[in-house]
Design a protein around this ligand. Structure first.
Ligand SMILES: [Zn+2]
Length: 142
């Protein structure tokens, strides 16, 4: 008989959520009845953008809200993001944060959401636009 482990449940949630480069580490209910999805990246080292030296030292983790494609019901997505410490003594950059193709530096929307917004905007469908629950500002930035 199948006995689910913590790893198997996390893997199942990651497959369902289907955001490339990320894994689901937790899903909770919020007081309003919505769901909160917590993600991280299964990455254990990164190259410093200034000097290129690879580091495995995580300086800290921060939690950043990211907007993603709509799901059934209210879903808030949080990225538990790593800030790496550069280990090169001669490098002027002490720390740097991770980024992915889905959430590039300074982005607040996933790439897949941005692509859907641009498509909906190009089709000028108010019904599709309202599904994203966004004001015009992120649309114009996209
Ligand atoms: Zn460096």
């Amino acid at each position: 008989m199948f006995q689910p482990t913590v790893e198997a449940v996390s893997e199942a949630a990651t497959i369902l959520f289907n955001l490339p480069e990320y894994r689901v580490i937790a899903v909770t209910r919020d007081p309003a009845g919505g769901r909160q999805v917590f993600l991280d990246t299964p990455v254990h080292e990164a190259g410093c953008p200034s000097c290129g030296v690879v580091t495995a030292r995580v300086h800290q983790r921060t939690v950043q809200r990211i907007r993603d494609v709509p799901f059934d019901g209210l879903v808030t997505v949080w990225w538990v993001k790593k800030r790496w410490r550069c280990v090169e003594a001669l490098c002027g950059r002490a720390t740097f944060t991770e980024h992915t193709d889905q959430v590039p530096p300074y982005a607040r929307l996933t790439t897949r959401l941005k692509e859907r917004i641009v498509t909906a905007y190009a089709l000028a469908s108010p019904t599709q636009m309202s599904r994203f629950r966004l004001s015009g500002r992120p649309v114009m930035r996209a």
